[in-house]
Design a binder for this molecule. Structure first.
Ligand SMILES: [Zn+2]
Length: 223
């Protein structure tokens, strides 16, 4: 499946396997939403064994979290009701882990609801791999491990911080000349990017299930 000269998109060592960007588990299987082919034409990058297999439980955790973001389309809901509930039934400790993160919050208008306290390290682990994977896919070069990440689907407990961060980000993003959206299954995942003026960094915008957004900044290892 890999060419002899393929190098791992993370570390540059010889690649013996391939990694899905973003993780395959966020794309519904045809059996769960009949008539759809959300797993067709995935973005695949060469990887060494270490960087393909090290994240699998974090990928699954991310798939759980991203499927329950308020405001997502109904594909996310379907994915939760099928694949994710199946995995909970098989291994109840997974749902307990996610449930332990639930907290009561009040959103705009004084509405009480639930939010998940995220395991930041696990989310960061997955997001870093996605940004590095997209960087490699677009530019055929590895990105540094230090990827700046701002997930807008999560919020800090302090609402004044959230709105300050969100409005600062919104201003930058509104004025950023992003390229066209890419991704073969845009209702599940799409992305677009723009290079910094000095061409040294790339600003990425990821959209999951037509709603949940994550921004990141990557730079090439060679720069
Ligand atoms: Zn590697």
């Amino acid at each position: 499946m890999t060419n002899k000269n393929d190098k791992c998109y993370v570390c540059g060592k010889p690649a013996t396997t391939r990694d899905h960007i973003p993780p395959k588990c966020i794309f519904p299987e045809s059996k769960d939403i009949p008539g759809t082919k959300y797993r067709d034409n995935p973005i695949i990058v060469p990887a060494c064994v270490e960087h393909n297999c090290s994240r699998s439980s974090d990928d699954e955790y991310f798939a759980q979290v991203i499927s329950v973001v308020w405001g997502n389309n109904d594909i996310a809901e379907k994915q939760f009701d099928t694949k994710i509930l199946r995995s909970f039934n098989k291994e109840p400790t997974k749902s307990i882990k996610l449930a332990n993160g639930w907290i009561d919050v009040e959103i705009e208008g004084g509405i009480s609801t639930k939010a998940i306290r995220l395991d930041d390290n696990r989310i960061k682990n997955v997001m870093t791999a996605i940004f590095q994977g997209l960087h490699f896919h677009e530019f055929s070069s590895s990105a540094k491990d230090e990827v700046a990440i701002l997930p807008l689907f999560s919020t800090s407990g302090d609402n004044s911080v959230n709105s300050a961060v969100n409005s600062a980000v919104a201003q930058v993003i509104d004025s950023a000349p992003f390229g066209e959206y890419k991704g073969a299954n845009p209702d599940v995942f799409k992305y677009r990017y723009v290079k910094s003026p000095e061409n040294t960094q790339t600003i990425w915008e990821l959209t999951f299930y037509n709603h949940a957004k994550v921004y990141g900044v990557s730079s090439s290892r060679d720069d």
